[in-house]
Design a protein around this ligand. Structure first.
Ligand code: ADP
Ligand code: 5GP
Length: 207
């Protein structure tokens, strides 16, 4: 059903994935991309400094404040926001090109950005990834070891607000066991591509 008909290429999904820092978004997505070649990651732009191991153009486009402001002025972001003292935004051109080519574009963004996308793109697929408990979230965030003590405290504070937004998402995936969470995200993609409105729009089958 999800195979593209060469005469009528299917349009890819716009998938929004949100969840508190430490929920496991990066971990789940890495596995999803290994499994599905039809999914691509929308690399956000940010003005924050790269963390050890982060690569320009892969994890983020690391922009100066000046360039970020220029991009805003040129309407080159679908949405943008400010958190933890830095700016973050979703470049528009990549998303639109990839969807046209039939790729499912995954946006890993915060709940504010997610709400903006849901308002602007009503047929997006919104997924909230949550840890199984608050305690597990704290353990994972500390265990990752990428933030200092006060940054962890700040992220946990923000996590409280993020978790309150779960109900606005079409799907909630509990990240308890990694493989099960990946499987569920994969099933959501399959089900969304079988949605009659998309099948009809893309003229997948005609009588
Ligand atoms: P996020 O991208 O949402 O901030 P990460 O993917 O970096 O979260 O995950 C936070 C930490 O939790 C990482 O150290 C990761 O290895 C670990 N982790 C993620 N998912 C699980 C899971 N299901 N079980 C155990 N540890 C996990
Ligand atoms: P981090 O600094 O941990 O990579 O990201 C901090 C926060 O910024 C996370 O909540 C992340 O989801 C959010 N973020 C990353 N990219 C974007 C984006 O393009 N737009 C918005 N609105 N938030 C983003």
């Amino acid at each position: 059903m999800t195979q593209a008909n060469p005469a009528h290429p299917r349009q890819g999904l716009l998938i929004v994935i949100s969840g508190p820092s430490g929920a496991g978004k990066g971990t789940i997505l890495r596995r999803l991309f290994e499994r599905r070649q039809d999914c691509v990651y929308s690399v956000s732009a940010t003005t924050r400094s790269p963390r050890p191991g982060e690569v320009e153009g892969k994890n983020y486009h690391f922009l100066s404040l000046q360039t970020f402001n220029d991009w805003i002025a040129q309407d080159r972001f679908i949405e943008w926001a400010h958190h933890f003292g830095a700016y973050y935004g979703t470049p528009r051109a990549f998303v639109e090109e990839q969807q046209k080519e039939g790729k499912h574009v995954v946006l890993e963004i915060d709940v504010k950005g997610g709400a903006e996308i849901m308002a602007k793109v009503p047929d997006c697929v919104s997924i909230f990834l949550t840890p199984p408990s608050w305690q597990v979230l704290e353990e994972r965030l500390r265990g990752r070891g990428t933030e200092k003590q006060e940054q962890i405290a700040e992220r946990l504070l923000v996590a409280r607000t993020e978790l309150k937004n779960m109900e606005h998402y079409s799907y909630t995936v509990v990240n308890d066991r990694i493989e099960e969470a990946v499987e569920l995200v994969n099933s959501i993609i399959e089900a969304e591509m079988a949605r009659s409105s998309r099948v009809y729009r893309d003229k997948v089958i005609q009588f």
